[in-house]
Design a protein around this ligand. Structure first.
Ligand code: C2O
Ligand code: CU
Ligand code: CU
Length: 503
């Protein structure tokens, strides 16, 4: 379909969504200003407390004294969080926190985490990006019922040191649970980390949209079409926090995009980044002088930042405008994430980054090429297929998720090329469970651009109208999810099952 023709169809579609579903306080209409006793709060909640020091997230303590073991408990339950003066916001919390506690694991560790579901609905814990056995991966097909518990157990494979996250993956309610606060970083450390000498900062970027009463607003039709819109960006749970550093400091930042739909085009005023890692850990060699990094929903990066040596200076870390679909409805404006503020202290000397970080091998020649097409139902599908609010009817190979159907088959250790073809009007960040994979090339129109470096990733952005080709290999048998990580798309069925069979 031609872009222009497509636009026509899609505009009609969204128009009918807006009028047909009434708009209102669900994110489809301009912010409503509901007066209340504390004075009007806009839907974008401009009165969130801003400018506090960047919080260091709590780490989940290891309850095991035994070498090589990690044990802990994660409890998901409703709770109240103070985000603004004079009132609290009802959220869903891991161990009373949003974001939840950081799970810090080591390569080779045996992990046992008890999960208590104190929510009113099914939930799971999914260890996003970490290769754990399918039965331990918190799939929607393995729900933990309200009031019940289960223990997830797995070994952290050697070579997986990197930045991951955990979040619920319950059937059709992942977006709701994450929007209410259930998500947190998961960091795997290795015994020989070439960057261990650098001070480290984790920046967990999440979204929050409040209604006129300062409570989490539910998804509306536009959210179900484009992914959750209009959220305020929080870093480590705070709005526009201030990260104070001594001038000249060199730091390693782990930045995570935990938003449902907001793409983060990261830029730091007056600085460039040295890109050192992606979803699955360090690159082979650092890439210095990077002025912008596009972080799609669910993606992570590790960067080294050499802060300028000027004392008492302020630099904004920004998420620049990014248009993720044709009509501009899903485009985000430039926003600030946090402020880096240098102190009045005398500058410290910058620290160099090693020229080699680790070796990343090509995973070998592919034995099979599979095609995965991202598709979009038009008006017809919208009329019939409003299951879980899937307004635009995004699907994979024309089908929405069926927990009883296998969509793709592979064999253990078989190297494959997957052409992920985006025949829809918007970008989709596609995520595959169970393994890290490598981007091989991208194709826009007829122009094929090979990936410029090897990296381990578990989520690849596939822009509207383009093709991303990845090289992938699964090393454990079992059923794995692959899906769009715009969580409303996932919940509405833009997800399939990959069956990994014995080789
Ligand atoms: Cu981050 Cu299938 O998930
Ligand atoms: Cu995942
Ligand atoms: Cu999508």
């Amino acid at each position: 379909m031609k872009r222009r023709q497509f636009l026509g169809t899609a505009l009609v579609g969204v128009g009918s969504v807006l009028t047909g579903c009434g708009g209102g306080s669900d994110g489809t209409s301009p912010p409503s200003r509901t007066p209340d006793t504390a004075g009007p709060l806009t839907e974008t909640g401009s009165r969130l407390t801003e400018g506090l020091p960047l919080r260091t997230l709590a780490v989940l303590p290891n309850g095991s004294a035994q070498a090589g073991q990690f044990s802990g408990t994660l409890s998901a339950a409703p709770g109240e969080i103070g985000l603004m003066p004079g009132r609290t916001t009802g959220m869903w919390l891991y161990n009373g926190m949003a974001p939840g506690p950081v799970l810090e694991l080591r390569e080779g560790q045996h992990v046992a985490i008890k999960f208590d579901n104190r929510l009113g609905s099914d939930s799971t814990v999914h260890w996003h990006g970490l290769p754990v056995p399918s039965a331990q991966d918190g799939n929607p097909t393995d729900p933990v019922r309200p009031g019940e518990s289960r223990t997830y157990e797995f070994d952290v494979p050697i070579g997986t040191a990197g930045t991951y996250w955990y979040h619920p993956h319950a059937h059709q309610t992942t977006s709701e649970q994450v929007a209410h606060g259930l998500a947190a970083p998961l960091i795997v450390r290795s015994a020989n980390d070439p960057l261990a000498y650098l001070p480290e900062v984790t920046m967990f970027v999440s979204g929050l949209r409040l209604d006129g009463n300062g409570q989490i607003s539910p998804d509306g039709p536009l959210d179900w079409t484009l992914g959750r819109q209009g959220e305020q960006l929080l870093v480590n749970g705070g709005k526009l926090p201030v990260h104070a550093v001594r001038p000249g400091t060199t730091q390693r930042w782990r930045v995570l995009n935990a938003n449902s739909a907001r793409y983060l085009r990261l830029a730091l005023e007056g600085h460039t980044f040295t890109l050192v890692g992606t979803d699955g850990g360090l690159l082979g060699v650092p890439i210095p002088g990077v002025s912008e990094i596009l972080l799609a929903p669910a993606q992570r990066v590790e960067v080294v930042v050499a802060v300028d040596s000027t004392p008492n200076a302020r630099y904004r870390l920004r998420a620049l405008r990014y248009q993720s679909e044709f009509m501009g409805l899903g485009s985000a404006v430039d926003e600030d994430l946090l402020t880096v503020a240098t102190t009045a202290e005398t500058p410290v000397a910058p620290m160099a980054v090693p020229t080699v970080l680790r070796s990343i091998a090509d995973i070998g020649s592919p034995a099979l090429r599979q095609r995965i097409e991202l598709t979009q139902g038009g008006m017809g599908m919208m009329g019939g297929g409003m299951m879980a609010g899937g307004m635009m009817g995004f699907a994979i190979n024309g089908r929405t998720f069926d927990p009883n159907r296998v969509d793709l088959v592979t064999n253990v250790d078989r190297v494959e090329l997957w052409d992920i073809v985006n025949n829809t009007s918007m970008d989709h960040p596609i995520h595959v469970h169970g393994t890290q994979f490598q981007l091989v090339s991208r194709q826009a129109h007829t122009v094929v651009t090979p990936a410029s470096y090897l990296a381990w990733i578990d989520t690849v952005n596939v822009p509207a109208g383009e093709i991303a080709t990845i090289k992938i290999r699964q090393s454990m048998i079992g059923k794995r999810m692959f899906h769009c990580h715009i969580l409303e798309h996932e919940d509405a069925g833009m997800m399939g099952i990959l069956d990994v069979r014995p080789g």
